[in-house]
Ligand binder design. Structure first.
Ligand code: NBY
Length: 838
């Protein structure tokens, strides 16, 4: 093993250079990389060159672990989790890799000794924004935890050339720019063209009889595309494990069609190439609404087919028979986006590996599990049969066959219940015919989970009720979690240092240990330190806001923050109504003293979601008026941070006092931002929705600002008939706020600008803002009072941070391992594989 390095002294020395982690070795490697990798003399190097030189030296140091892990898993033929997700919202890699490798301090010192600004270097990284929001970020947190818990796993997804669009704000409106994240190269990935995989589309199917006289079907496609895997190492925290995120890029099989080319049609020859490469061009920027686009279905099938074929390649490499597929792999479907996997696995097992249907179906069901992330019925994916059949003719046949057998079962269990059959069918036949992906996922999976207790209960009562009644044993809850490595250690070094000083190392792996801080919650010395920690983060954010937008914010004011995708159900406009109420009261009574607040918003609206875009315009318009008005005496600032992403979010959570989690009860599946805020000592104002319920239980009701209707009350009110206008007419404060917006006060006199938004509230209000308005405003008053008692606030803040151990994604992943995946840790000892010297 590594005979070259062992026998050749020069090579051995080289290896030491490339793996050494002393400050001297890091400095030397940095300068070498600048010269040999970036090809730049110091005199010509840009900041980005410095970043690349640093990234490459870090990558070199990861390769021991990565190669060792690959070798270890192969040799031990470990059971492996395959996490299939159309989105992985990883965030910047550099800082996280330094934390997980435990070389953050050395590297920082080395860069500073070279006279470089380390923060500035980290800031050069363009983050891979390959996700929309919570669902994509959850996948990233789970990869971190799986690696840290030494669980063999592969993340499978799509290498979008353009990730989520870059948001700008122009005259208060959202504008979108393409996210060219790969423009300057990506030092964290390795292309593996040797493992490229062919994927078929379109065409038709044919039946034939094989040599043994068995009836078989073959798929004759009209297009074939090549998928090339790009691998990114995923380091565990303080362990030797480095798992893999494998993202597929689409390419043409032949980059030139020589036949066409020889006929002189140069453009025709490259056409196929262009069309194939469009497949993985861009991430669809919709969260919670289905796009229903042909290209989107192609993307989903493309990465699923590549990934499954890759699993068969691995089986073969480890000489494991295909009948043992489900023993080798546990496949998790991150929502229904990869749900076509069950039909593709059936096709591969039946058509390609010639397994009997029933055996194939057993394997498929035992391999798959499905996570649901939404209760909004309009968000459930369905594909028109005509579209589906033209792209995936064989899969449509397979789905029909699964459906026939499945409906037989339903008929047996629930005789003479045709309404139930219609609801449960994999095919929606109520009008235009559709394939229902959630139904397919439920039927093909051994386990179905929601992402918070309330969500999992509501799933059983609403969108998946029929499936629960048929398969109660399949259902379970897996409350979401977030990784404390990125969301505490990396984002909030001050907090991290304080905690480690008090309770020692180890808590970042076992977050429940932070319970030990509870006893310090009333310690005035600790409170003072805590206050200074929070204030420093607020000053830092205030500095950035001033620098980037020229707006002065008072870092001693309360930072009241709502950052998440912009959505009606998330109710950023309820927050805005509260701000307008405060604004109006201050205008009418300029002597009034209120608690000075800085309202901070951030989040992207889906480009086609007009109401969400109007919500952004409302927030920026209120901000424009409030921020310049001397009558308000700086008591009220409203900031909209453009282009909210992982990088920016890491600066926001540590600087927040109040976390806004104000969705209509029963609509937010879980939420994960709520967890990141509380871990960083922000208090929550929130409804009994998603994981808020469990956060409140964990931190104590007395340390949480609860308001609003419950999910049951919302449902009851809707059922009995809800007339939002009555609230408007009956509440002078609410009426005043709405009238002020309608008057054009925030829109240069244009009373029509916000009319669509206001009309929707007054005449439909599907998310019940008006019903919750007064409770929200009252609760905000309680918040202001609480903030003025600084000692009490600090105590609550410390208690929140101390009691969030349960919401580490390590806990979530352990539960998945035990209840769903049936995998155990397989620790990697790299010394077994690679001789490390120095
Ligand atoms: O998943 C979110 C939920 O809203 C949130 O409550 C939960 O905490 C989080 C993790 O479980 N869902 C979400 O982020 N969904 C999407 O981003 C998404 C993306 C694409 C599509 C649908 C939803 N799509 O149909 O293409």
């Amino acid at each position: 093993r590594l005979a070259i390095a062992d026998s050749n002294e020069a090579a051995q020395q080289n290896l030491e250079h490339r793996t050494g982690t002393s400050i001297e070795a890091i400095k030397q490697a940095f300068l070498e990389n600048l010269f040999f990798v970036q090809g730049k003399p110091v005199a010509l190097a840009t900041k980005h060159d410095y970043y690349m030189a640093l990234a490459h030296l870090v990558r070199d140091r990861m390769l021991y672990r990565w190669n060792g892990t690959a070798e270890s898993y192969t040799q031990d033929r470990c059971r492996t989790v395959c996490y299939l997700s159309a989105e992985f919202l990883m965030g910047p890699h550099l800082g996280n890799n330094l934390i997980n490798m435990g070389i953050y301090d050395q590297v920082k010192a080395a860069m500073e000794e070279l006279g470089l600004d380390f923060e500035d270097l980290l800031a050069q990284e363009v983050e891979p924004g390959l996700g929309n929001g919570g669902l994509g970020r959850l996948a990233a947190c789970y990869l971190d935890s799986m690696a840290s818990l030494e669980v063999p796993s592969l993340g499978y997804g799509i290498r979008y050339e353009f990730g989520i669009f870059e948001q700008g704000i122009s005259q208060g409106w959202q504008i979108e720019r393409t996210d060219k994240w790969l423009r300057h190269g990506n030092p964290w990935e390795v292309a593996r063209p040797e493992w490229a995989t062919e994927v078929m589309f379109g065409g038709h199917t044919e039946s034939y009889t094989d040599a043994a006289g068995d009836y078989r079907v073959r798929w004759v496609p009209s297009q074939e595309v090549l998928g090339t895997p790009y691998d990114t190492p995923i380091l565990g925290y303080q362990v030797d494990t480095a798992n893999t995120l494998r993202l597929w890029k689409a390419e043409a099989i032949e980059s030139f069609d020589f036949e066409v080319f020889n006929q002189g049609d140069y453009y025709g020859a490259v056409e196929e190439k262009v069309s194939s490469e469009n497949l993985t061009k861009v991430l669809y920027p919709n969260d919670e609404t289905l796009a229903g686009k042909r290209l989107r279905l192609k993307q989903q099938f493309f990465f699923v087919s590549c990934s499954l074929q890759d699993m068969f390649r691995i089986l073969k490499g480890q000489t494991i028979p295909v009948e043992e597929f489900h023993e080798k792999f546990s496949i998790q479907l991150n929502d229904t986006h990869p749900a076509i996997a069950s039909a593709e696995l059936m096709r591969l097992l039946v058509d390609e590996y010639h397994l009997d249907w029933n055996i194939a179906w057993e394997i498929t069901q035992q391999a798959m599990a499905y996570t649901n992330h939404t209760l909004l019925p309009e968000a459930l994916e369905k594909w028109p049969i005509s579209l589906f059949g033209s792209l995936l003719p064989r899969h449509l046949e397979i789905i029909y066959e699964i459906n026939t057998r499945f409906l037989e079962l339903v008929r047996m269990r629930f005789p003479k219940d045709s309404a139930r059959l219609e609801r449960m069918s994999l095919i929606d036949e109520s009008g235009e015919r559709y394939v229902r992906m959630a139904n397919l996922a439920c039927v093909s999976s051994h386990t179905i989970n929601g992402v918070a207790k309330l969500h999992s209960e509501l799933l059983k009562q609403t969108v998946l009720k029929d499936f629960y009644e048929l398969f109660p044993e399949k259902f379970c809850n897996m409350t979401n979690g977030v990784t404390p490595r990125r969301w505490i250690a990396l984002s909030n070094p001050r907090l991290t240092k304080m905690v480690t000083e008090k309770i020692g190392e180890g808590w970042l792996k076992e977050l429940e240990k932070t319970k030990q801080l509870e006893s310090l919650a009333t310690d005035s010395g600790f409170q003072d330190e805590w206050h200074e920690m929070k204030s420093a983060a607020k000053r830092e954010l205030a500095g950035r806001i001033h620098q980037q937008f020229g707006v002065l914010v008072d870092p001693t004011s309360m930072f009241d923050v709502q950052v998440k995708r912009i959505h009606e159900y998330k109710r950023q406009h309820l927050n805005a109504l509260h701000i307008v109420t405060l604004y109006s009261q201050l205008k009418q009574n300029p002597q009034m003293e209120i608690l000075p607040r800085t309202f901070i918003f951030g989040g992207k609206a889906a480009p086609g979601y007009h109401m969400a875009k109007l919500m952004i315009k409302l927030i920026t318009s209120v901000g424009e008026m409030a921020n310049k008005d001397p009558d308000l005496r700086n008591q009220l600032r409203v900031i909209f941070l453009p282009n909210y992403n992982v990088t920016n979010s890491q600066r926001v959570y540590p600087a927040s006092d109040l976390s806004e989690q104000i969705s209509t009860a029963g609509k937010e599946a879980s939420g994960t931002g709520n967890m990141k805020f509380a871990m960083n000592g922000a208090l929550t104002i929130g409804t009994l929705d998603g994981a808020n319920v469990e956060i409140r239980d964990a931190v104590g009701a007395e340390n949480f600002f609860l308001f609003g209707l419950t999910a049951d009350e919302v449902a009851k009110m809707k059922f009995e008939g809800y007339t939002p206008r009555d609230y408007y007419l009956g509440n002078p404060y609410l009426k005043d706020a709405i009238d002020l917006i309608a008057s054009g006060h925030f829109s240069h006199g244009d009373g029509s600008l916000f009319q669509p938004l206001l009309d929707k509230l007054l005449y439909q209000d599907p998310f019940m803002l008006l019903a919750d308005y007064q409770a929200y405003v009252d609760c905000q008053r309680t918040v202001s009072k609480a903030y003025q008692d600084q000692r009490r606030w600090l105590e609550m803040s410390i208690l929140n941070a101390s009691r969030m151990g349960y919401f580490s994604s390590d806990r979530s992943v352990q539960e998945y391992c035990q209840r769903i995946w049936k995998v155990s840790p397989a620790p990697v000892d790299i010394d077994r594989y690679i001789k490390v010297s120095g």
